[in-house]
Design a protein around this ligand. Sequence first.
Ligand code: E4P
Length: 214
Amino acid sequence: MKFFLDTANVNDIKRICELGVVDGVTTNPSLIAKEGTDFHERIKEISEIVSGPISAEVISLDHQGMIKEARELVQISANIVVKIPMTREGLKAVKTLAKEGVKTNVTLVFSVNQALLAAKAGASYVSPFVGRLEDIGHSGKELISEIVKVFDTYLLETEIIVASIRNVNHVKEAMLLGAHIATIPPNIIEQMIQHPLTDKGVSAFLEDWEKSKL
Ligand code: E4P
């Protein structure tokens, strides 16, 4: 299973990359806006740190606009994946971009039907949002399980990125359900490292080591 970092913060990306667990990065307009910096500049900076796929999202709502933005975004670096919203216009853009060899990540996916449509249109990735689905009382786990089952049944090559991850349990569920990728905020990666028994064990080993020297 691959881990992408769900952030546009360069310091966070550098810090987590040092751990050797980062396979790619996803951003969205909200994450970029939080950084208060130029969008294209920031995507370029990220692509110079991480060699895996970097998702950069379009903001146009019509397919011609999305395609124009996508063609500009892929000029930034060879590892850019264009994030396209799961709309009627988005599907049309994905179809055209797939023919041009541009990789796309269809975002804001909340149902298995949407995921299947995106895959059929030629998406390289689909991003089902588990956290936002759970915010309205639906099961994120059930959605991922359905998409994994359908993609496996029909041997679809589109990869599933579990997105809108809010806690460590979301990551565990994504792995157990067989999703290809989880895109994880940096603070959740930090939490995944921690276990009280590990800390306790390290302290106990050190104490014993010191005692043995007496
Ligand atoms: C990633 O591709 C998504 O844009 C991101 O995970 C959304 O997360 P949020 O629902 O916490 O904003």
